[in-house]
Design a protein around this ligand. Structure first.
Ligand code: DPP
Ligand code: ZN
Length: 869
């Protein structure tokens, strides 16, 4: 397989003004007819051949301007169709056959259960018909679907329904999308579906029909997504001034789906796990995920669809910006601090690990072999962080001016990340040249801080140094523009008012210091006492911070910092210190620390969701990321020791907190209730570790629960308590109750597969034999294999190598059937270089075993080959 380079980008030689597609959905194949009105672009050479993309297509005929071409007038390659001689303007008609029933890769047109659906991003459209399948070719689409009227009463495509006809036993429907779009936003759905409807009146008073289509058994699970959709539409009007632009907006839920969801114009297709919910079956976490993903896909209508990407190296243009938008939305719907904590957690555990591994790449990559491998936390979450830093630098108003200019300037265009930055610059009269390094340099910058206090002069001198480690293909990185939001806290716990020198490096409104060189020294004046430093408030930049602070100072920050994010961060650093010392010796909680945590638990003025995070230990993956050499078994043991110490010494407080937050009110998926449940269930998880009364309480909660949040929390607490018999009892009860609901069964699978108490490789192999498991369904694969390799770390890293072998077996099994999922599963196997030597060798051996197989898909080949370098 060959790499593709950003530097090789060339404008297309041809454009496609209109695209008319007809799909005849037949018993075991589909006939696709396409009619493309095309013309040669002005800059193209006169004799440039037309090279269309196509994959696994059975070509039936090609004609130009109504004349059938003879086979020697075109050339069919493995993944192309080339026509050498063409006029300036012409109508190209192609007929081909495809086999959706045999499509296990879930790219292009495929079957999921009894329905047809599509997934075209990034390069799935070429599996439907020959086309210029690149995002800078935008066209106006009309789609006709012909199918059995009984089996497929619902037939959908993008845009508005324009025609419907009965043709003996069959029905033909026609859709027209007036907005030009690239092929990756095309969608088609046909099936026996029910729909929930609502409507939304836009800011200019237009009525929009909202519809969610589901399989009949799921019709009671659509209410929350509809509500989230309406809130998203309103929010985008209020916060970004963006109005919806068609008369109808549809969402379809599909069981077999590689991604979470897809923003096809006017017809979003969702993985059913990311849209369906009711109180009995979905946890609060699922509700919040649904809200965020519904918003994300809706927001793409502007950031992605109206303004799209020139090429796939610009993927973060739409994804980074849209994740940033959905994060702001979630922050507004719930707690901004908690959202920030969740996002920082993902950055620190998953994105920093990617940055430190063989697949490290910049937010705007320079090359790839398979674009599907670049739907990563770097493109998405780091991309969102970079947009967030632009907002920190420009301020909220300046940022809005920039986004207004961006949408106005580029509506209907396919553009680059730098076009986005240019709009931000032009709207604000600032120069972001230096800042753009964030898009081109991979790796997580490290910032170290040293400070000296001068009591006589009342100054604090702060020296910040930055460096960014080498990453594959990139050495000698240049300093970045890093916004450091900070505060100096006095003994009374209040922020001090300060002046900074040089004043040009300080934005007083937002308390942001601008670090732009490898090393800089700043002097704070008016510092009346030795302060405690609070750096990188609100996670103001995605960097690793090195700043010596004692456990006493961290405890002080945990209790006093006015920035909620840094209270949490101080607590995590403190707990990390404890875990490190627990690895070397017996761990005992100091009285000061115990009392500080006790008072957090009792403080009813605090947001319970935030307290829940303050008392959550860093995950094993988080601890690993902050270790030089990763010893998973040692991490597991040390973390458990600290967890037990907290559970035992705060038992009374956890019980009191649990009792205080119990509620008999019926379940509501609203922020305040979710927050209370999160702390209550955290308290329960500690209580079960402390003594048997906790386990009894968990069973009472399990039995009494009228909602999945409480039922699942009780189940998880029991499974992780280590009481295997009780765990099995509840697991059996759970399965007996829920075996008919696939999404709930997936949660049941992942609780077991992800548990340090249960998820050994042998146990996983038995789950793979369970009737509830199915290799063809990505959600099930993620629920078992993904949960195992990403959460049950102590078993995944078993010293006999059985965990690595299991994962490699799964990758090989899926390599041909579903390359995207196979490649995605591989992530944990790429981290071998940082492990203790014995584990490292075992893991590498499995990568070599995969590499030795013939027939690796591009997806798997790229990740394995890069990992072995
Ligand atoms: N469906 C994926 C997303 O929305 C890819 N665009 O992020
Ligand atoms: Zn997206």
């Amino acid at each position: 397989p060959k790499a593709i380079y950003l530097n090789d980008y060339r404008e297309p030689d041809f454009r496609i003004d209109t695209t008319e597609l007809t799909f005849a959905l037949e018993e075991d194949s589909t006939l696709v007819s396409s009619k493309l009105v095309m013309q040669r672009n002005q800059n193209a050479e006169n004799n440039a051949a037309l090279v269309l993309h196509g994959q696994e297509l059975e070509l039936l005929s090609v004609s130009v301007d109504g004349k059938l071409l003879a086979p020697e007038q075109y050339e069919v390659g493995e993944e192309t169709l080339t026509i050498a001689t063409l006029p300036e303007r012409f109508v190209l008609e192609i007929q081909n056959r495809i086999y959706p029933h045999k499509n296990t890769a879930l790219e292009g047109l495929y079957r999921s259960g009894g329905m047809y659906c599509t997934q075209c991003e990034a390069e799935g459209f070429r599996r439907i018909t020959y086309y210029l399948d690149r995002p800078d070719v935008m066209s106006v689409f009309t789609t006709h679907i012909i199918a059995d009227a009984e089996k497929y009463p619902v037939m959908l495509s993008n845009g508005n329904l324009i025609d419907e006809q009965q043709l003996d036993g069959k029905r033909k429907v026609s859709w027209h999308d007036p907005h030009k779009k690239p092929a990756y936003l095309f969608a088609l759905v046909a099936g026996d579906l029910l729909c929930s409807s609502d409507e939304f009146v836009t800011m200019s008073g237009r009525k929009v029909d909202l519809r969610i289509f589901v399989e009949p058994q799921n019709i009671d699970k659509t209410e929350y997504a509809l509500d989230a959709l309406k809130r998203s539409m309103r929010w985008d009007e209020e916060v970004y001034g963006r109005e919806y632009d068609l008369d109808i907006f549809m969402i379809v839920a599909v069981d077999d789906f590689n991604m979470g969801a897809m923003e096809n114009k006017g017809l979003n297709i969702f993985n059913s796990s990311c849209v369906l919910a009711n109180p009995a079956t979905a946890t609060d976490a699922a509700y919040q995920r649904i809200e965020a993903i519904v918003a994300h896909e809706y927001f793409h209508n502007w950031s992605g669809n109206r303004v799209t990407c020139r090429d796939w190296f610009q993927l973060s243009l739409k994804e980074g910006f849209t994740v940033f938008r959905d994060a702001s939305f979630s922050a507004d719907m719930h707690s901004a601090t908690v959202k920030r904590i969740e996002d920082a957690n993902i950055m620190r555990t998953v994105q920093f690990a990617e940055d430190g591994g063989p697949m490290a790449h910049p937010v705007q990559p320079d090359s790839f072999i398979e674009i599907s491998n670049f739907y990563t936390v770097t493109i998405y979450e780091k991309g969102a962080e970079v947009v967030g830093m632009i907002r920190k630098i420009l301020g909220t108003e300046g940022f809005r001016k920039g986004s207004d200019l961006y949408f106005e300037r580029h509506d209907g265009q396919a553009v680059t990340i730098y076009d986005f930055v240019a709009a931000m610059e032009d709207a604000n009269g600032v120069d972001l040249t230096l800042f753009k390094r964030w898009y081109k340099q991979a790796g997580t910058p490290r910032v170290s801080a040293e400070s000296v206090y001068d009591a006589a002069a009342q100054t604090l001198t702060l020296t910040l140094r930055q460096m960014c480690p080498d990453t594959p293909g990139q050495t000698g990185k240049l300093p970045m523009w890093i916004p450091v939001q900070l505060g100096l806290i006095g003994g009374d716990g209040q922020d001090m008012a300060v002046n900074v020198e040089p004043a040009s490096a300080w934005t007083a409104d937002s308390q942001v210091l601008h670090l732009t060189e490898a090393e800089q020294t700043f002097v704070f004046h008016g510092v009346t006492e030795q302060p405690v430093l609070s750096l990188f408030r609100d996670f103001s930049a995605p960097v690793k911070v090195e700043c010596e602070q004692s456990n006493e100072e961290l405890l002080f920050l945990l209790q006093n910092d006015s920035d909620g994010f840094n209270r949490w961060d101080a607590g995590q650093r403190l707990m990390l210190n404890w875990i490190r010392s627990a690895a070397d010796s017996q761990f005992e909680l100091t009285d000061d620390a115990r009392n500080a945590f006790a008072s957090l638990l009792a403080d009813e003025s605090l947001d319970p969701a935030m307290v829940s995070y303050l008392l959550t230990l860093p995950s094993e993956a988080y601890i690993a990321e902050f270790s030089d050499v990763v010893d998973p078994a040692a991490i597991h043991k040390a973390r458990k020791a600290v967890q037990l110490a907290l559970a035992e010494s705060l038992q009374a407080e956890f019980i009191a907190c649990y009792q205080r937050l119990r509620s008999d009110a019926s379940y509501q998926p609203v922020a305040a209730d979710m927050a209370a449940r999160s702390l209550k269930n955290l308290a329960l998880s500690y209580w079960v570790k402390a003594d048997a009364s906790g386990l009894q309480q968990a069973e009472r909660q399990y039995t009494a629960a009228d909602n999945m949040t409480d039922q699942m929390a009780a189940l998880v607490a029991t499974v992780n308590s280590g009481d295997r018999a009780q765990a099995q009892t509840l697991l059996d009860r759970f399965y007996a109750q829920w075996s008919g609901d696939a999404l709930v069964v997936n949660q049941w699978l992942s609780v077991q597969a992800g548990s340090a108490e249960m998820g050994t490789a042998d146990y996983i192999r038995s789950l793979l034999q369970h009737p509830a498991f199915d290799w063809r369904n990505p959600n099930k694969v993620r629920s078992v294999i993904g949960a195992f390799a990403n959460q049950a770390l102590v078993h995944f890293h078993a010293t006999d190598g059985s965990g690595y072998e299991l994962l490699a077996d799964a990758v090989l099994r899926l390599n041909e059937a579903n390359p995207q999922i196979a490649s995605r599963l591989l992530g944990p196997l790429t981290k071998w270089k940082r492990l203790v030597p014995a584990q490292s060798q075992l893991m590498k051996a499995q990568l070599e075993r995969i590499m030795a197989q013939g027939n690796l898909s591009k997806d798997v080949y790229e990740v394995v080959s890069k990992s072995l370098i």
